[in-house]
Design a protein around this ligand. Sequence first.
Ligand code: HCA
Ligand code: CU
Length: 381
Amino acid sequence: ISNFKIIESTLREGEQFANAFFDTEKKIEIAKALDEIGVDYLELTSPAASEQSRNDCKAISSLGLKAKILTHVRCHMDDAKLAIDTGVDGLDVVIGTSSYLREFSHGKDMDYITNKAIEVISFIKEKGLEVRFSTEDSFRSDLVDLLSIYKAVDKIGVNRVGIADTVGCANPRQVYELVRTLRSVVSCDIECHFHNDTGCAIANAYAALEAGATHIDTSVLGIGERNGITPLGGLLARMYAADKEFVMNKYNLTKIRDVENVVADAVEVTVPFNNYITGYCAFTHKAGIHAKAILNNPSTYEILKPEDFGMSRYVSIGHRLTGWNAVKNRIEQLQLTDLKDEDAKVVTQKIKELADVRPLSLDDVDTLLRHYHNAKNEGVH
Ligand code: HCA
Ligand code: CU
């Protein structure tokens, strides 16, 4: 995978998260923080949703950010007209194509949908804006229907087609197959959108890129409808592992934590303990065997370099799994330089005995080390 683009949808999909309420000021703060990371696009809630949403499209479009601004609209002329007047760079048009949505949501057949799509896309293109056409619930849509509508919109010059796993049912192999097939049918770019109901949102995004997709939808911390979509930080971690050069040159990874904190605060959640990159223990090493190797060479047990993300590594030593190499490292940090390897081993045994009874803080460990150090020095004099 040599290239990919991020369509950051915290200000659209993310607004569909249960706790989300973003006023204009907060949206601008989030937009600027995402722009600093260097995401390629920001996707905003439809101006047809509410008066404030329409004003927010205008406000964010006029900030002069590096990221292109998109808004997400239904496949209707009314919505498209409203959106064009907000000053956005492009429109992400969507319509449901699965039998569920055709029967229980909008009630339209594929001929109607295709004609409507052509009308709306042609109109947006005439106005000189970028346009993407996507099918909601793509993985439960008929493959022949999907390919024929994508072909039709590709022919009239749509910039991108989109695949959406609206219900989070897809697995990486299915994603690979569908994107691969689509890649051979259209010549435009391919965007993918994955919900995370069954925990595949990052893996699916990766499989899509491997199969020839060009754009991935994300949100900060993955927030969105239900349990959300591909998280921005998690996708960047995955792509860093795949092509570090590209990701580090293109995106400002040290800003991920800032935007996550802003969003977590705004939607009143905490960053999960096991979050990619920024979870509180993402760079904490514990077992003695790990600690020893990490201190010799961090790459032994780290695929992500914490410093590349503005984070730092922590070696935990106050527990029964500890080892003397890690304790010795702490001795050096505390500059108790007259303690030797044998001393580190003695204190390590002491730590293990105590830690079998109760958890120890780093402070407890330091106290043990200082006592031992003082006792040893008194013994000498
Ligand atoms: C939704 C719409 C959407 C749209 C994705 C897209 C989805 O159901 O809220 O525009 O590609 O998941 O299908 O977010
Ligand atoms: Cu969605």
